[in-house]
Design a protein around this ligand. Structure first.
Ligand code: 13P
Ligand code: SF4
Length: 338
């Protein structure tokens, strides 16, 4: 089959508005996935071209917990993770014998960046009596220091379970998610001071104003958002939980506070319903809602094709580190069996 010259794709991003190149890349990726016994696992925040390909090729489009579960259960030899780096690392830790590729290794996460492993380790050392629960959006090093890893879809349930065991909790890194869990459960929690640069921008005042214009709209909020936004939510949940809520609801209009990538799947799953982005900016701003994770946006067709073609951007995690990080990750995956 014909391939695109490599030098044309030195940087991430698809050539704007070129349908034939787009289609050629899609076909090339499909062929390479089959040839390499590879499966594409994508997050809802990635470009819709990536999400569509994952669906068409028998991969999955999911929240971070489901991505981890899917990769671990897959019989494929190669897992191609379209998302951010912690998702690729999680796939590798759970499947050390598989090859894990990503369209780019530059796709990080502000929560991961804001939780430097040695500073985090010192924080844990200062509170030795606490059970360490970390969000999946962390490095392998931080996970290796934790007792539990959770995603937003099961964080409340895990903390309730630990509370019932009489445990006090050290939580990292997202302060908004931590505060939400603490308020919801009443658990004894101390929080690391981290935030997602995307969700942190949602504005409580702007949301109140939008709700006043659309009083019957249901408000769906990801818990990485600030308290003033979470407090106005009808449903707070992971990306998958927000999509399910939109499908299950009798309402036909929704205001959504999370990355705009989610609208592709929401519109597909709940056709005919109206979805509006919650505001991230005040009066006079050029962009009223600009919730778009810059690292998720790095996952484009061209670098994905390139990674598969060259075997580039392979995720590696040192085995001794992976072994330590595996334990709290397995606790998460086995949680519903506890
Ligand atoms: P989910 O687990 O809800 O998919 O969230 C991942 C994430 O990075 C949200 O910003
Ligand atoms: Fe990280 Fe926020 Fe991007 Fe999610 S949206 S990957 S939490 S920076």
């Amino acid at each position: 089959m014909s391939t695109i010259p490599l030098n044309q794709w030195a940087t991430p991003g698809d050539p704007a508005g070129d349908p034939s190149t787009h289609e050629r890349l899609r076909e090339e990726i499909k062929t390479l996935l089959v040839e390499q016994n590879a499966v594409l696992v994508a997050h809802y925040y990635t470009d819709e071209a990536i999400q569509a390909l994952a669906e068409e090729t028998g991969g999955c489009v999911a929240d971070s917990l489901e991505m981890a579960r899917f990769g671990a259960a897959s019989a494929a030899e190669t897992i191609v993770v379209a998302g951010v780096r912690f998702m690729g690392e999680t796939a590798k830790i759970l499947s050390p014998d598989k090859r894990v590729l990503m369209p780019t290794l530059e796709a990080t996460c502000s929560l991961d960046l804001g939780c430097e492993p040695s500073a985090f380790s010192a924080f844990c050392d200062a509170h030795p009596d606490r059970t360490v629960v970390v969000y999946a959006n962390t490095s392998a090093e931080v996970k290796a220091r934790a007792d539990w890893v959770v995603t937003s879809s099961i964080a409340v349930e895990v903390v309730e379970y630990l509370m019932d065991q009489g445990e006090a909790i050290l939580w990292a890194p997202d302060k908004h998610l931590g505060a939400y869990i603490k308020e919801k459960t009443g658990a004894d929690m101390i929080l690391w001071d981290g935030a997602c640069i995307v969700h942190d921008e949602f504005k409580a005042k702007g949301l109140r104003e939008l709700k006043a214009v659309h009083p019957h709209a249901m408000v769906l909020v990801h818990p990485e958002s600030p308290k003033g936004v979470v407090d106005q939510a009808d449903v707070v949940g992971s990306t998958s939980q927000l999509i399910k809520a939109a499908v299950a609801s009798d309402q036909d209009t929704f205001i959504v506070a999370t990355d705009q990538g989610i609208f592709y799947k929401m519109r597909q799953a709940a056709p005919g319903k109206t979805f509006m982005a919650a505001p991230t900016a005040g009066h006079g701003a050029e962009c009223k809602s600009c919730a778009n994770c810059p690292w998720m946006a790095m996952n484009a067709l061209a670098p994905l094709a390139l990674a598969l073609r060259l075997g580039d951007n392979e995720i590696t995690v040192p085995p001794a580190l992976a072994e330590k990080a595996l334990l709290p990750l397995e606790r998460m995956l086995n949680f519903n069996k506890v």
